[in-house]
Ligand binder design. Structure first.
Ligand code: GLY
Length: 609
């Protein structure tokens, strides 16, 4: 069974149970400033988990491309990848535990043919006023017994650290407004011996590699409030996510995902171009594979390597991938990229169309990296010229931790990369500087998360409605060929990108601002309708519409309605939520515009409080 066949089986299994397939969302999310990348299938569904009606109904399923930057340092073991595909199914206030758990069990044992004897599960042990999940335990007991297996020793209770899921992690880490809930995970047991290095006794969450988590059913029924308390959401949801790469590993009974049929041709290409064996170099080859796969997908999403946000992550992936590749004495990366596209094209055909672009991004970054290494060396040589530094015969140079840190902050080199240039330094002092530096960026990230649209604060909802007015006003002033290419809303400001290849002149900006304020003054009603997609297009709905599977769409009207579209000022495809009347926006002000390249401009704006 191939990875693509597992996807097909998943979709048709849930379609037969009343689910509608939804599209894979872009890897770089739209309208969500809280995160750089889509890292789970639920992320684009947050408004619907919080209670907004979804145009496709209450039962959804898909396969989602995901990227988790926090796993960069985990890559290299038998099961972690930064890029992966997640199978998902959702109940938006419809079915709950007693359907979800039996369905997943049936999917694993009947559709994928896994032996129930190899399966172990975990459930939530409780947290503050949220009870222990005995209902799931009872369901699992029944399922194992039904399969003729003694449930004793198969069901494990874990704390919120392991069996609670939200985008922010454990309950304490969640910002106010964030949805989350207890979860129940399924693990597959491989025929390998427990490694005592990881503890006396093996158990499903042991890190030794004997057990692998293959699916997680989240019972998303809580929301965190401003005072830290948890309340019930208006609806009880199921949010299931299962890693395709790991499900394939279980199907192939292969505890190293890089040896499954999905990855082994890529690994083989690395072996061929480097002349080294996977057996002796598995860690290096896993990192090369993972980082180049992730870099190919991120580059295909239109991201270019840079020193900030998504571009910075892409840069790190390519450079770290190259470090490991060079350690294997690899020279040419093109054959590996070709194999990656070949392997993923069945489910992501656009990689074929974008191949030249992907290749261009990686090869250019390789050149830039070589230049950086050269400049870093020149920086050190100049500073230490004439000084006796280290053992030159051995090619080792001792540099100060300050200089090593400069190589990190201004040349973007990691400690490993600095060492690979032949420099030694006080690593403890370096680590302390790094810690202080990371604390500053962590604070920035926390601030960002709190300011995001996802917390559904009134301020960000107002900003969201303002972008609809701004979008339409821009089209009124600059022409109908102009459309939104991205947006990002925080509690402080609105950022809006659109295709326009010249500067917007001051009079035009002023006019756009005036129109938005006029529409605010008219206090137009804002409402949505769920329409067949074709009809939505007929009434002139604009916006980012990409879901190829979706036959119904949610459309927001500002003024007017389907029966009187001529009275509407704006009609746009959108998940919501929005304010009910434009008057709530009070006053709108454009702060500045920027050229963001590739024929696009960016406007920053703000609303009066
Ligand atoms: N959203 C569930 C998961 O990522 O595991």
């Amino acid at each position: 069974m191939t990875a693509s066949q597992i996807i097909q089986k998943h979709i048709s299994f849930f379609e037969k149970r009343g689910h509608k397939r939804i599209s894979n969302s872009p890897l770089v999310p739209e309208n969500d400033p809280t995160t750089l990348f889509t890292s789970s299938g639920m992320q684009p569904l947050v408004p619907y988990l919080l209670g907004e009606p979804h145009p496709q109904g209450k039962r959804l399923a898909n396969v989602q491309n995901c990227f988790r930057a926090q796993d960069i340092d985990e890559a290299g073991d038998n099961r972690h990848t930064t890029f992966f595909r997640m199978l998902g199914n959702w109940s938006l206030g419809d079915y709950f535990k007693k359907e979800q758990l039996p369905w997943f069990f049936e999917f694993l044992t009947k559709e994928l043919g896994l032996s129930a004897k190899k399966l172990y599960v975990s459930v939530f042990e409780g947290y503050q006023n949220i009870p222990r999940d005995e209902e799931s335990e009872t369901i699992w007991k029944g399922l194992f017994e039904g399969a003729g297996i003694d449930p004793e020793g198969r069901i494990f209770y874990y704390s919120a650290e392991k069996n609670w899921w939200s985008r922010a992690g454990e309950p304490e880490k969640m910002p106010s407004g964030e949805p989350g809930g207890p979860d129940s995970e399924v693990f597959y047991e491989f025929d390998v011996k427990h490694d005592l290095k990881y503890g006396k006794k093996c158990h499903p969450n042991c890190q030794c590699g004997k057990f692998m988590e293959i699916g997680n059913s989240v019972f998303m029924q809580y929301q965190k409030k401003g005072d830290g308390a948890f309340v019930q959401l208006p609806q009880r949801n199921v949010d299931f996510g299962g890693g395709l790469e790991r499900l394939l590993a279980a199907v192939e009974n292969q505890n190293d995902i890089f040896q499954t049929t999905l990855f082994n041709s890529i690994v083989r290409a690395i072996e061929l171009t480097t002349g080294k064996s996977y057996r002796n170099n598995s860690r290096l080859m896993r990192i090369v594979t993972d980082h180049f796969v992730a870099a190919a997908f991120i580059a295909a999403s239109g991201v270019a390597p840079s020193n900030k946000e998504q571009g910075y992550i892409l840069r790190r992936l390519i450079r770290r991938g190259l470090d490991n590749f060079y350690q294997l004495e690899g020279k040419e990366i093109t054959p590996i990229l070709e194999l990656i596209v070949e392997e993923y094209k069945e489910t992501n055909l656009y990689l074929v169309e974008k191949f030249e672009k992907i290749k261009g991004v990686l090869l250019e970054e390789e050149e830039a990296y070589k230049k950086t290494l050269h400049q870093a060396k020149r920086y050190i040589e100049k500073k230490y010229r004439g000084k006796q530094i280290g053992d030159e015969l051995k090619g080792v140079t001792e540099v100060s931790s300050d200089d090593a840190f400069t190589l990190y902050t201004t040349h973007g080199l990691s400690p490993t990369q600095i060492k690979s240039l032949g420099y030694t330094f006080d690593e403890q002092a370096f680590a302390e500087k790094m810690k202080a530096h990371q604390e500053v960026s962590r604070k920035g990230m926390v601030k960002k998360f709190h300011g995001g649209l996802a917390d559904h604060q009134e301020k960000t909802i107002r900003g969201h409605t303002a972008t609809h007015l701004l979008h339409q006003a821009i089209r009124d002033v600059l022409g109908k060929h102009v459309h939104q290419t991205g947006s990002n809303i925080t509690t402080d400001r609105i950022r809006f990108d659109f295709n326009y290849d010249k500067k917007v002149i001051d009079e035009e900006l002023k006019k756009i601002e005036e129109i938005v304020n006029q529409k605010i003054k008219e206090n137009l009603a804002v409402h949505f309708e769920i329409l067949p997609t074709e009809e939505a297009k007929k009434v002139g709905a604009i916006g980012l519409f990409e879901d190829t599977y979706q036959d119904k769409s949610k459309i927001y009207f500002i003024g007017g309605s389907t029966s009187s579209p001529q009275d509407a000022y704006s009609v746009e495809f959108c998940g919501g939520p929005h304010v009910d009347f434009t008057g709530r926006l009070k006053r709108f002000k454009i702060i500045k515009q920027e050229n963001i390249g590739r024929g696009q401009r960016r406007i920053y704006a703000a609303l009066e409080n």
